[in-house]
Design a protein around this ligand. Sequence first.
Ligand SMILES: O=C(O)C(=O)C[C@]1(C(=O)O)C=C[C@@H](O)C=C1
Length: 355
Amino acid sequence: MSLTVQPTERAERGAVRLGSLTLGAGPAVVIGGPGADARWIDLRERRGRPAGGTAADALAEVRACWAGPVLVEPSSADDLARIAAEADGVVVGAAWTRDLRLVRAVSRLGLPVVVQRGPATSLEEWLAVADYCAADAGDRVVLCEGGGRGRAGSPAAPPDLALMRGARERSGRPVLAGLGDDPALAAAAVAAGADGLLLSPDPSRRTTAAAQEAVRIVGALTRREEPGSVPAARGAIDRVDAALAVLLERRAELAGTVQRLKPVGGFAGRDLERERRLVAEMARRAPSLGEARLAPIMNAVIEAGLHLAEERRAGESRGGAVPPAGERVADGLRGRAPGAGEGRAGSAPGPGERA
Ligand SMILES: O=C(O)C(=O)C[C@]1(C(=O)O)C=C[C@@H](O)C=C1
């Protein structure tokens, strides 16, 4: 059977459901082993194992400890009946894209299909295979760039992120970045528009955690979400808060560095003009909040940084360590620490204060 390569029409971007998970709308997802949003089984790689090599064994093993979505890459057409009965999606691995008989059989299972591109497959061929699957799979097709091993078990290919982005724009289909066991490109992949990351079926906990952190932090900065329920909106807020926390911690470190470098640091060396300017600059990027609402927020952020810097300096001059975070937080909750409120960013009143 040969494949006619036709230019793929640019399509509206759709979302594809994989069991309880949605790919292509909402947050980016991580597919891998334990701890990920979805798990997957590579039967090709398991073939020949003394135990767990059949679709039945492998699915039973995963289902025993995981109720969420499971994807399976078949080892041969013999696996398809079991996959159709028990999996939430099927992976057409890079090595299969030229076996159009298997591709057709897979796309007739009634499950969503993930079409992985291997290093030897061009963008045109890849999109054509996806269209070919879509005809039978009711358009429930996801593209996966990279991560596939060749037939001889050659190492996983890193994803070409520009190609992945182009495929997403041209096809309108959700895209995954295949990362195997290396999370180094996780943040870059999410920034480049990946709707999810496909790790190896059995990555280390560290790999999964690193991928999830990239999805959360970079996704909060780069993905526009339109949640339609309270839990989804809260999930989106949690991701933005995670990104804010990372930035606030980094900002506090940098503010501490400035205090050490300035001739007069801490509250005594406060520069209100600088604070007003940085609030005005931030208002350009946060026009809905504007200067008036940003000023008290930044005042609190700057004062928290100055308190931390002063506590550290006091700790150092005592020759000891910084007091534990719990104590510092408790101090803050009890009332204003000395030096608080000695100036404020911008001229607006703080929350609950009169102008
Ligand atoms: O830029 C400075 O001079 C700082 O000390 C840093 C910083 C800040 O946290 O951004 C803190 C206090 C100053 O009043 C102004 C700004």
